[in-house]
Design a binder for this molecule. Structure first.
Ligand SMILES: O=C(COP(=O)(O)O)N(O)CCCCO
Ligand code: NA
Ligand SMILES: [Zn+2]
Length: 305
């Protein structure tokens, strides 16, 4: 059934488990996400970035809304990294049940102002809101402490931000970063900081940049002709621990992008004569479903629907 982000994330925070928020750009990705959620009896968030809305528009949103509405587990459709009040409202008009206003690159005051505007409008329409405080960005080991503080979310500021905006859930900067190159070896996650913020702030917390970039998928990507450098993602153990301390929404896009590409490359390189789209995108759907299944196991959302 199609529900709001709060319907999924408030129980997740209370139950100390995480819920995957997976980005989609087409039907097969959406099916891999929602069908796997149904198979595992897990709630799930399907999210579209502004780029995905540009790419698939209302056509894609309708595919997600239709599959989510008929699903036997709770599914929310979320606007990822909404860049303006106008875009957040447009998404709500398109049928989104959760929206992010990402004003984290502005000053604290400007972020509060912009976020509060979206919260008031979204709440008037029964839609829940994600906002962000802190600078997302991989923290290399060599970064000295005060530079880390300049990037990562300050617990005291988080309390003030939540009070002043009424945001429903909060994306915090804890060392993760977007993409396949999150740091050398095991990327640094500031668990103490998550724990501190989780103690002070009771709303669900959001971890962006949480793809694991699993070595097995990276290996298959290279073996099927893909080119990728020294890729590294967030360790499963770090994610599991973060969900014990208040992280409830866990954003994953890169892992699905890699999985889809591996599925397609493996078919096309092994069967050069193949040109049936079902034989190309079907296997890709299976690889993505495997990624979704693994992630739900790590986050502890299996059986929670
Ligand atoms: O936080 C994330 C996902 O992060 P990741 O790149 O680790 O999958 N997102 O918000 C998805 C859009 C960013 C482009 O990947
Ligand atoms: Na941001
Ligand atoms: Zn993100």
């Amino acid at each position: 059934m199609l529900v709001t982000g709060n319907d999924i994330l408030v129980p997740a925070r209370a139950g100390k488990y995480g819920v995957g928020a997976f980005n989609t750009n087409n039907m097969e990705i959406t099916q891999a996400i929602i069908h796997t959620a149904e198979k595992l009896r897990s709630p799930v968030i399907v999210q579209m970035s502004e780029g995905a809305i540009k790419y698939g528009g209302q056509d894609l949103a309708n595919i997600v809304i239709d599959i989510a509405t008929r699903a036997t587990v709770p599914v929310a459709l979320h606007l990822d990294h909404g860049s303006s009040y106008e875009n957040a409202l447009k998404a709500i008009k398109m049928g989104f049940t959760s929206v992010m206003i990402d004003a984290s690159h502005h000053s604290f005051e400007e972020n509060v102002r912009e976020t509060r505007r979206v919260v008031e409008a979204a709440h008037a329409m029964g839609i829940s809101v994600e906002s962000e405080l802190g600078r997302l960005g991989g923290i290399e080991e060599h970064v000295v402490v005060d530079e880390k503080d300049a990037f990562l979310t300050d617990p005291g500021e988080a309390v003030q931000f939540v009070e002043e905006t009424g945001t429903d859930y909060l994306a915090i900067a804890i060392g993760t970063s977007h993409g396949a190159y999150k740091g050398k070896g095991r990327p640094y996650i500031d668990q103490a900081r998550i724990e501190r913020i989780g103690e002070l702030v009771s709303i669900p917390l959001v971890a962006h940049g949480s793809s694991g970039v699993p070595a097995e998928i990276v290996g298959r990507f290279r073996d099927s002709g893909g080119e990728i450098g020294d890729a590294a993602g967030i360790a499963d153990e770090d994610l599991r621990l973060a969900c014990q301390h208040g992280i409830a929404k866990v954003n994953v896009d890169t892992d699905l992008r890699l999985a889809m590409t591996v599925g397609v490359r493996e078919v096309l390189t092994k069967n050069p004569k193949e040109f049936d789209p079902r034989k190309v995108f079907g296997p890709a759907r299976e690889v993505m479903a495997g990624i979704v299944e693994h992630k739900m196991g790590v986050l502890g959302s299996v059986g929670k629907a």
